[in-house]
Ligand binder design. Sequence first.
Ligand code: 5GP
Ligand code: MN
Length: 407
Amino acid sequence: MTTTNHITVENKKEKAMDDMPGMGTNRTNPFRSLAGSPNCKVYAKPGGRCQSLQDAIDRASSIAIVGHNNPDGDAVGATQALYQYLLNSGKNAKVIYPNHFAQNLAWMDLHQSSINYQDHPDEIKTVMQGCDLLFVMDFNRVSRTESMAPVLKEKDCVRIMIDHHLEPEWQDFDLAYSDTTVSSTCELLYRVIHAELNPDLIDSHVSNCLYAGISTDTGSFSYSCRHKEIFEAIADLISRGLDTVKVHQNIFDNFSESRMRLLGCCLGDRLIVKPEYNTAYMYLSDADMQKYNYQAGDTEGIVNYGLSIAGIYFAAFFTQRNNRIRMSFRSQGDIDVNIFAKENFGGGGHKNASGGTSYESLEATLAKFEAALPAFYEKSIRPAVESLKKTGYNPGLPTETTEHTEK
Ligand code: 5GP
Ligand code: MN
């Protein structure tokens, strides 16, 4: 996700392409653009096995489509939309995830045919051995599939990436579509289908899956959605059978009671507000997760509640699972949480949404986070908030903070 507007400056784009590693000015430039999407860079490996997406699909006899670890609405939406698109074009494929997706995303797996590596490692190894075309959706580097990464790394076949994260590892792919200015991989996939495949094969299920990714990766259209193209795409999807109300109900009105109580615990007892740094964070310990019967996906979106407090522009969320701490960072304006995640925790993501993993204790991780705040405030938060004020955004300040009590 990014909040970058769609600015089309052709010469800047070409400069950026020339700056990519290995792009000497005398070499053939392996980048081209996607028709109708000037911010999308398409990388075709020089001398690679595939220069055209349609050709790669036509030639394939066995296709695997992979989403990232802890697949979110965009990863499940993009993989299932592509799967249904391929079925509609007479091709069969297998959708693979490193681990489980949340129960409120299950409707997208219409044929209940996807498999996850956590439960079926051997079956997935067999599928991968037989496949001659691999799609990597909604992640920029193979390591984002965690324990499944070695299986992907060693797979020698035509490899295609469609993704919107920063700093994609182009060299690992024969063909890669990357646009860091779109809301989501689903929005990018919609454009790719229109520019290089057959939009007539987008049926109601493909439309619903694409919309699911777009709406979840924009926080239900609250960020990364200033560009008109996103709404033009949705208007077109409605004409192809998209039911916006049904998708919203399936995803956002489909939580378990225990997930709602887990959210209550976060907001009531695990929220720390630091008005002096325009920052709020929440955390959940292993014990909290057990108490509220944590299921995959239950913590999705909780980090955003920090940003809904007046005067808070940087929000963090820490969850303890299996002796490691998963971190989510969210921000507004020019506060670059991708850099914060990278510099302090070896993580990454986008400017306004990033994450990382800590292998220290929860207490040590929270202490490290608090220790990093003053410098990040001076470098990024304060200038960004000042510039938000200048643009008439008029950020408020929290009027009171409640004493936090450990339960
Ligand atoms: P989330 O907070 O939803 O888990 O992740 C927010 C964004 O940051 C996602 O787009 C995700 O791809 C990215 N992200 C999360 N964790 C990591 C990480 O450990 N490394 C990198 N490079 N990106 C991450
Ligand atoms: Mn995404």
